[in-house]
Design a protein around this ligand. Structure first.
Ligand code: CLR
Length: 444
């Protein structure tokens, strides 16, 4: 296994998508209305259900998104204002790369930071989005915290890239002690559990209060425990129970040890991942169907589960537990999404630059990054050279600071401890929306 910081991986611009990672973070906001819904609930169990739906919904846009977002430059920002909320993001550290954000609205606020850690496993790369996410509902005096599940990009050497998210997401309501635990399953044999998620809401005595189920790409539903238990008496075959043994083997974020890739693969990988990825869409694995798994991916998951290591089908079995309520449903992707980096409609709107914005926003906003603009307009070569120029400018600025013994300080965030978990976090220092950007530096 081979670790590398995201900021140290350079790939040709053709493998990029025309968004900065800061904008990728802003994509958590696509279904922000779920937080409004959460706030409107009187029952803490139902509030947790909607917060869980929000946490899951923020990951839905990752489906099929295999373009690499641009590494933000140190000090780069992104802002987005919508009818009911606004969000500001900043790249607060470059080595290691850390992005922080703060979103607020009349009824809630949502903040956190992300430091994606990459591990290369041979044929796949596992991404651990380190960092903490917090939702506060001041009307209820509540704060919820969780961390995102891991993500795996399969077939980084040959074959079709695909993204899997797996592990356990644990949301804690620090005021009442309720917990929402949602497990993202691995695809499993014949992709039976592809994209499937399920979990429970517990009260502070660890008693189950609701059952949650769905697909992170599509929907999340909730039902009461009695209906669930009754349903399970006759339909248990539909579920792969995540008992202890299973989760140690594979899913549910067990502390499993990896199966190592053959040395040969590693050599090849080391020499190409840092600079180039060879894509051959036609090359397929010659593994027989359901054949013996030779090399296992990070979570015991194999890349040979389908044609060319691509999952054969989505899992289509339906679960209709009586008394279920749909908390969230993903909007379908726009028609030409697959020709446009598999963007959602929301992602497509993130580069929008109105005159009003132009007059008001910070000169560090990533909408002003020339390399991203050039990729967006299809000029890959100039985009690549501009990207090089910006990175060099960033290096020069760092050297200059070193010489003057100056330390970099984030503009809108401060490193501190999360008041609810006491973990290390980045906290918003305020002021971005006062629109005074006199002391921002020129990074483009
Ligand atoms: C997944 C959801 C997490 C936050 C997060 C961090 C890094 C992102 C990842 C998400 C999705 C996949 C991603 C990755 C950075 C690079 C990678 C966009 C959004 C793309 C697919 C490129 C992989 C390139 C390898 C071949 C090196 O909460």
């Amino acid at each position: 296994m081979h670790r590398k910081e995201l900021s140290k991986i350079t790939m040709p611009v053709v493998f990029n998508e025309p968004l900065s990672f800061l904008q990728r973070m802003a994509e958590y906001m696509e279904y922000a209305w779920l937080l409004e819904k959460a706030d409107a609930q009187q029952d803490p169990v139902v509030r947790m259900q909607y917060v869980a739906a929000f946490a899951v919904s923020g990951l839905a846009s990752n489906w099929e998104r295999v373009g690499k977002p641009f590494n933000p430059l140190l000090g780069e920002t992104y802002e987005l204002q919508r009818d009911n909320y606004r969000i500001v993001c900043e790249q607060v550290s470059h080595h290691p790369p850390v992005s922080a954000f703060y979103a607020d609205s009349e009824h809630w606020n949502f903040h956190g930071s992300i430091h994606p850690k990459l591990k290369f496993w041979g044929k796949s790369v596992e991404i651990q989005p380190k960092g903490l996410l917090t939702v506060e509902l001041p009307n209820h005096g509540e704060a919820y915290t969780w961390s995102n599940v891991n993500c795996c990009v399969h077939n980084i050497i040959v074959g079709k890239l695909w993204i899997e998210q797996y592990g356990s997401m644990e949301i804690t309501n620090h005021a009442t002690g309720h917990r929402g635990v949602v497990t993202f399953k691995t695809a499993g044999w014949f992709s039976k559990d592809l994209h499937r998620i399920e979990g429970y809401v517990y009260d502070k005595k660890k008693k189950r209060q609701a059952f949650l189920y769905g697909k992170w790409t599509e929907f999340l539903r909730a039902t009461d425990i009695d209906s669930y238990d009754e349903y399970m008496l006759t339909n248990s075959h539909k579920f792969r129970r995540n008992d202890k043994k299973k989760s140690d083997e594979g899913t549910a974020g067990g502390t499993n040890s990896p199966v190592h890739a053959p040395k040969k693969v590693f050599k090849k990988l080391n020499s190409i991942t840092s600079s180039f990825r060879m894509t051959t869409e036609t090359e397929t694995s010659s593994e027989p169907e359901g054949g013996v798994r030779i090399e296992a991916g990070p979570q015991g998951l194999d890349d040979d589960d389908g044609e060319g290591g691509y999952p054969r089908t989505d899992s289509t079995y339906s679960i209709d537990i009586p008394n279920s309520c749909t908390l969230w449903e993903a909007d379908p992707r726009p028609e030409h999404s697959s020709h446009y980096y598999h963007f959602t409609l929301f992602a497509m709107s993130l580069n929008e630059l109105t005159d009003e914005l132009r007059q008001n926003f910070s000169p560090t906003d990533c909408r002003l990054r020339p390399d991203i603009r050039l990729l967006e307009s299809g000029d890959i070569d100039t985009g690549a050279s501009e990207k090089g120029r910006l990175e060099e400018k960033q290096r020069d600025a760092r050297k200059a600071r070193k010489k003057l013994k100056q330390e970099w300080k984030a503009r809108w965030f401060e490193q501190g401890t999360n008041p609810f978990t006491r973990q290390e976090d980045w906290l918003y220092s305020g002021g971005y929306w006062d629109r005074n950007y006199d002391h921002t530096i020129d990074i483009f």
